[in-house]
Design a protein around this ligand. Structure first.
Ligand SMILES: Cc1cc2nc3c(=O)[nH]c(=O)nc-3n(C[C@H](O)[C@H](O)[C@H](O)COP(=O)(O)OP(=O)(O)OC[C@H]3O[C@@H](n4cnc5c(N)ncnc54)[C@H](O)[C@@H]3O)c2cc1C
Length: 670
């Protein structure tokens, strides 16, 4: 066995000394908070100071709640919490990584506040910062960072959400006037679901098809005034702009989402956010990136911070749900099971452990995977990653990782919150116990900042083309043709997972029989299983694409038929990355630092890994990698790991550091 393997916890030489491990909560919180502990503490304090917003969400009417959310956002902005990612010269904190940590932590509280912060500072502010140049920064950033200037990110239309390249809003350059004319061109081309549009936004970054002298140049972004505000505070739509409220939503009703129509709205030439393309006064279009597809994806690539944030927010919302459900399960008794004198605690039931503890383990895994994504994104956006070929590949890998972690993190939130609600029985259904808001508000995390299913297709495209720059501009059909043109072995050999699989397999005993010989609690075995699965599904996708094209089928139809395998490949890839992040984190912890946290996280890591294999055991068995005996052994081990984690459950949720005020009901959590 490799020296850096997390040893099978059951067989650890010092298991006797440890017996049942205990958790040092402050040390574990410090590990989870990482390098941004101070930032997270500031946000926790702000959450406590504004804890009354949780009640306001239930008692105020929609309009008053929107105003209250706006007020809380502005007051939080004044503490510096929301501007950490902006340059210092405009009043920001100059630290992108800090802005991720702040946003994630904010997800412990009311999620309308979180999303309003995301719209104002992440989406609107992020677009001005990333797509604009100095003239836009000088004009807007300072007011934007304080919240004096509120704005929108107006990309989605009623007709098009995921397919941004097909937007129907048009910006035509009028050279005589030196202006762009923004128009909504059809019945479904109005902007829709746009945060800050219905009431508070004065400006919008509008994504529109640029036309110069009759030539189309694809989607570009423009700063467009949508609302004028009088001294008295009264506001009305800017000339040529029509605004409609999206109305009551399933959740997030403290955010004013709305629809926007533009009827020949004129904005100056300088309104084009011109980092990646410009139009000169006489109407000459220029861009440092020749290929329109590449230009489009480069532009979108600068906007992934929102995706990183939403993934982290989903993971942290899961922590709130788990903290409540675990604490309730340590207080609530139901039925006499082991003693006639006393009813049993819920968490002492095997099924209750099975429901909650693998989700707890997965939350830890996703937390560490998110830490990797946020760290890479910090590197890219603070200029630590170069612009050479290696740097560009790193960026493309980051885009894929951010997309995949967002998808898994937000699906995890939906599933975990539901399971935790049920685990709290009727008490979980009362609004005061938070699940109503958690469920309703996080539901859409799976859709905005990129629909999860669409995002996983992006991940698969990266895998199939190995993130090479030459394929960046390929659309889906181009990608299908490219993959079909290669031998299946070539597709696989190009991927990094192939090399990783070979390497990790060599660490295991048993040669070709590695899947029979290695211990199921050996992390190298677990990683080998996930890498083998990823490689195998990917090869299956390549084979099917090839077969379809060779049979003369239309590339679009071939892709559509293979799509379930494509999604499975992407999911397998991201699950492998998540497990790797967890394993690496545990391996890097010192062995003897005076507490058992490494042992405790080792248990969780095993629980997570085996739960992943168990969840896809039908597939592993279908493909000959899991015998019936081993499959049963894995299920047995999960049961015994749950029993070992059970005494640590309270400490493990306490270590998340969710403020007591955010758990709200003393009755429920004790
Ligand atoms: C509360 C809320 C706030 C929002 N805020 C903003 C905002 O501030 N600014 C903004 O610009 N937008 C915003 N949005 C819009 C959001 O980003 C879009 O809803 C999202 O991108 C999905 O687009 P869509 O709704 O058109 O869904 P669609 O793209 O139509 O997707 C519908 C379904 O079809 C599936 N699907 C789509 N394409 C494919 C495919 N190729 N293969 C297989 N399945 C596919 C998807 O998986 C999904 O399940 C917001 C949305 C909501 C609900």
């Amino acid at each position: 066995m490799a020296s850096d393997t997390i040893e099978p916890v059951d067989a650890q030489p010092d298991a006797a000394r440890h017996g049942q491990p205990t958790v040092d909560v402050p040390a574990l919180t410090a590990l989870l908070d990482g390098r941004y502990a101070e930032v997270r503490q500031l946000v926790r304090k702000n959450l406590v100071d504004y804890a009354s917003i949780l009640t306001d969400a239930e008692t105020l009417d929609r309009s008053a709640f929107r105003d209250r959310v706006r007020q809380v956002v502005l007051e939080m902005a004044a503490t510096g919490q929301t501007g950490m990612g902006f340059p210092k010269e405009y009043g920001g904190g100059g630290d992108v990584g800090a802005s991720f940590a702040a946003f994630e932590t904010l997800a412990f509280g009311d999620l309308s506040v979180l999303v309003k912060v995301g719209v104002q500072f992440g989406l609107f502010g992020g677009a001005i910062l990333q797509l604009g140049t100095e003239r836009h920064h000088e004009k807007y950033l300072e007011d934007l960072v304080t919240g004096r200037l509120m704005g929108c990110f107006a990309m989605t239309e009623t007709g098009h959400g995921s397919n941004v390249q097909a937007l129907g809003t048009v910006a035509t350059y009028d050279a005589a006037a030196g202006e762009f004319v923004i128009s909504t061109t059809g019945p479904d081309a109005n902007k829709d679901y746009i945060g800050n549009a219905a009431e508070h936004g004065e400006l919008a970054v509008v994504f529109a098809q640029l036309e110069v002298a009759g030539e189309a140049h694809g989607v570009h972004a423009f700063v467009v005034p949508i609302r004028t505000r009088a001294e008295s505070g009264a506001s009305r739509p800017a000339p040529g702009v029509r605004i409609e409220d999206d109305g009551l939503k399933m959740g997030l009703n403290g955010v004013d989402n709305g629809r926007l129509w533009f009827d020949g709205v004129r904005v100056p030439r300088e309104a084009l956010l011109n980092r990646f393309a410009d139009v000169s006064e006489d109407g000459t279009y220029s861009s440092p990136i020749d290929n329109p597809n590449r230009r489009f994806f480069t532009m979108l690539g600068t906007l992934i911070q929102g995706r990183v944030c939403v993934g982290g927010a989903g993971i942290n919302a899961s922590k709130v749900a788990l903290a409540i459900a675990v604490r309730y399960a340590l207080k609530r008794r139901q039925f006499e099971a082991t003693s006639p004198d006393q009813e049993e605690l819920l968490l002492d039931y095997g099924q209750h452990q099975r429901r909650l503890l693998p989700l707890l383990a997965q939350t830890y895994a996703l937390h560490f995977a998110q830490e990797v994504v946020a760290g890479h994104a910090h590197g890219v956006f603070s200029g630590e990653v170069g612009d050479d070929e290696a740097g560009q590949k790193f960026r493309r890998e980051l885009e894929s990782r951010a997309a995949g972690t967002k998808a898994l993190g937000t699906w995890h939130a939906t599933r975990t919150i539901q399971e935790c609600r049920e685990a709290c029985g009727g008490a979980g259904y009362l609004a005061e116990n938070r699940f109503a808001a958690l469920k309703a508000d996080t539901d859409v995390f799976t859709t905005f900042e990129g629909d999860n299913t669409v995002l996983l297709q992006l991940v698969a495209k990266g895998l199939l083309t190995d993130y090479s720059s030459e394929f960046e501009e390929l659309d889906q059909l181009g990608m299908v043709r490219f993959v079909a043109s290669l031998a299946v072995e070539t597709v696989i050999e190009r991927t990094s997972v192939h090399k990783l699989f070979e390497r990790v397999r060599d660490l295991l005993p048993g040669g070709d029989q590695w899947d029979q010989e290695a211990g199921v609690l050996d992390s190298d075995y677990q990683l080998a299983m996930l890498r083998w699965r990823e490689e195998h599904i990917l090869a299956g996708v390549a084979r099917r694409l090839k077969r379809g094209i060779e049979a003369g089928m239309n590339p679009g139809e071939v892709f559509s038929r293979v799509q379930d395998h494509v999604i499975h490949a992407a999911r397998a890839h991201v699950e492998r990355l998540v497990l790797e992040a967890f394993v690496e984190k545990v391996r890097a912890m010192p062995d003897d630092d005076g507490h058992d946290n490494k042992v405790a996280l080792g248990l969780l890591c095993n629980l997570h890994a085996l739960s992943l294999i168990e969840a896809d055991r039908a597939w592993f068995m279908e493909h000959g990698r899991l015998t019936v005996m081993r499959s049963k052994e894995i299920s047995r081990r999960i049961g015994s790991l749950c029993r070992r984690v059970r005494p640590l459950a309270r400490e493990l949720v306490d270590a998340f550091g969710v403020p007591e005020e955010m758990l709200r009901s003393k009755e429920l959590v004790g």
